[in-house]
Design a protein around this ligand. Structure first.
Ligand code: ZN
Length: 422
């Protein structure tokens, strides 16, 4: 059964590969000359696993004075990643996103947006465990490869063989392994410290101060934070004003996955449709006799509110509609309550500290106090769309039974919350 499922997945993925070009080319061309824009696109030959970022790898100094590379870790995350994408699009710049496998499976439609917009997608492990703290390298390999397989599956097309270590700490074995896999490693030159600085202006100031000193560099940010999303437009304006130029990283050849790990993540991806086949539950299951659950009513109301005159057509088209239209916002707390951008492992490992390279303090496990938030997540998973749901819909959503099936986005929201707290 498992083998059959895996074989099917491979067949489906193969089908999507053939249309990969079409998926990747949907970003509109940038015609506004007054934007910051991309000054230079570089292609990286990842053979042998070269390292970049002078904080750790004192080699491959490819940036010229005043050149910067924008990078974002730990996503995708609802709202914050989308806001980052909007800000980047506004200034016609491209960035590199180091996505976490579990998050990409949770928000496949968002990481796909990242890829569609022409940004480069790399990986950042499966569940953000610090490789150096794992007992065996087999566990580290598992984290690396599951992350690649998961992001690859979520994007629905090959991704860049670009990797960034959680907490930026590598190990001898993992370096050798990535070298054999021809995966480039990225550290950083300019840490925005957005995991601990709360004010968007403070994040921008940190980056610009370090840039003034360093003159150039790979900038590290986290697209999971709303404060970072708020900082990005300010940062881009500051970069433009300061005469900095954005360099876009692309791979010479796309990355590959390992079949064993593609199969392994299917266990976790269970229920998640392949790319292009997402449909909201309300479009798949309809009550035709008996009491209609509140969740189903709310989802239907949301669809009708969106296109009352074309309800039937709309339902037909649901197969192509973004899944998150019918899923809840994650219970993100105030930016000020967010812990560092480095989450603890999700599966009972040790908490990461990252103290070695980030100068971070310990990241607390986000435990306790999350069950209430999880409950509220379940309630809002009834189908209130993002943004401002009509009062009626919101009211119905709030009374949805706790047993409503959880969407993948809701699961990702819970996961995120368990890492970062509410
Ligand atoms: Zn990270």
């Amino acid at each position: 059964m498992r083998a059959h499922t895996a074989a099917l997945a491979v067949a489906v993925m193969a089908a999507f590969y053939s249309s990969a070009t079409a998926i990747a080319q949907t970003a509109p061309p940038c015609t506004n000359p007054n934007t910051l824009g991309v000054s230079r696109t570089v292609q990286i030959d990842t053979t042998g696993g070269p390292g970049f970022g002078f904080e750790h790898y004192k080699a491959n100094d490819f940036l010229q004075p005043k050149e910067v590379v924008l990078t974002f870790d730990d996503g995708p995350q609802k709202y914050s990643t989308e806001s980052v994408l909007a800000a980047l699009a506004e200034q016609c710049v491209k960035a590199t996103f180091f996505s976490i496998g579990k998050m990409a499976l949770g928000y496949p439609e968002i990481i796909r947006e990242v890829a569609r917009a022409g940004h480069t997608v790399g990986t950042h492990t499966w569940s953000h465990k610090a490789i150096a703290k794992l007992k065996t390298f087999d566990e580290g390999k598992d984290e690396i490869e599951r992350g690649i397989s998961a992001v690859h599956r979520a994007v629905g097309e090959p991704i860049a063989p670009f990797f960034r270590y959680p907490t930026l700490i590598d190990t001898k074995e993992s370096l050798e392994y990535l070298g054999k896999r021809n995966i480039a490693m990225f550290s950083t030159d300019i840490d925005s410290l957005d995991y601990k600085i709360q004010a968007p202006e403070g994040i921008v100031k940190t980056v610009m101060t370090k840039l003034a000193k360093n003159g150039k560099g790979i900038i590290l940010m986290h697209d999971i934070h709303k404060k970072t999303a708020k900082a990005v437009p300010i940062l881009l304006a500051a970069l433009k004003q300061g005469g900095y130029k954005v360099v876009h990283l692309t791979p010479k050849a796309v990355g590959t996955t390992v079949a064993e790990y593609d199969a392994a993540i299917e266990k976790d991806a269970k229920g998640l449709p392949q790319v292009g086949q997402e449909r909201p539950v309300s479009a798949i299951v309809k009550t035709v006799d008996g009491d209609v659950p509140e969740a189903e009513k709310a989802a239907r109301d949301a669809v009708e509110a969106k296109a009352p005159s074309a309800e039937a057509a709309d339902r037909e088209q649901h197969a192509a509609a973004p899944e998150h239209q019918d899923t809840p916002p994650p219970a993100q707390g105030e930016a000020t309550s967010e812990p560092e951008g480095i989450p603890p492992p999700a599966e009972g490992g040790e908490a990461e500290t990252g103290a070695g390279t980030h100068g971070q303090t310990d990241t607390p496990h986000a435990n306790g106090g999350t069950s209430a938030a999880t409950g509220s997540l379940s309630e809002t998973s009834a189908g209130a769309p993002a943004g401002e749901p009509p009062a009626e819909t919101a009211g119905k959503a709030a009374t949805a039974p706790a047993t409503a099936p959880k969407t993948w986005s809701a699961r990702a929201a819970e996961l995120w919350e368990s890492w970062f707290g509410k």
